[in-house]
Every structure is written in structure tokens, then in C-alpha cells.
Design a protein around this ligand. Structure first.
Ligand SMILES: [Zn+2]
Length: 93
């Protein structure tokens, strides 16, 4: 998963969300980076809303069950589909 460091603009291999606690350090400029919480929330919300809506309208599945299926499938798809799209931001703490 190659992404660009927002500080030094060099391509870096960002760790997965599960691989770090709050932040990680850029190997080139030592800036403290993390994935954008806004992007993480935005993609999760869109995916879960879309998938559960499809399951409810097309599959005629109970709303609660559809939400659970959508949330679980997001959990499994996130690493492959979404994490490389999350913007990296520089932490300022
Ligand atoms: Zn950097």
C-alpha cells in the first residue's frame, strides 16, 4: 500500500490501520502520521449505508440483520478496498 507522505511528499508504505495505535512515523522525514479519521468514517458510513440499503431493497432482509452484514463485510473489505484511499495526515500532538 503505497501512499504519499503529506510532509515530505515521498512515497511510503503506510502500515495498515490495525498495525499501529494512534500514529506511525514517516521513514524519510520522521513526521508523525496517521490515516485521516474523516476518511475512515466517511468510507465506513458510505459502504455500510449502501450495502445495507441494497440488502434491504433487493434482498428484502430485515434492517437490523442487513446492518450487521454490512458492518461485518466492511470490516473484512476495509484492508483490501479502502485503506489505500484514506488520506494520510500529519499529527500535530
Ligand atoms: Zn515524510
Amino acid at each position: 500500500m503505497t501512499q504519499r507522505c503529506p510532509h515530505c511528499q515521498i512515497e511510503i508504505d503506510a502500515p495498515t490501520l490495525n498495525a499501529y495505535e494512534d500514529s506511525f512515523v514517516c521513514p524519510h522525514c520522521a513526521a508523525t502520521l496517521s490515516h485521516s479519521q474523516i476518511d475512515i468514517f466517511f468510507y465506513a458510513f458510505c459502504f455500510i449505508a449502501l450495502v445495507s440499503l441494497l440488502l434491504i431493497t433487493i434482498g428484502h432482509i430485515n434492517t437490523f440483520i442487513a446492518l450487521v452484514i454490512a458492518a461485518v463485510s466492511y470490516r473484512f473489505c476495509r484492508g483490501k478496498l479502502f485503506e489505500s484511499r484514506f488520506r494520510l495526515i500529519r499529527c500535530t500532538f
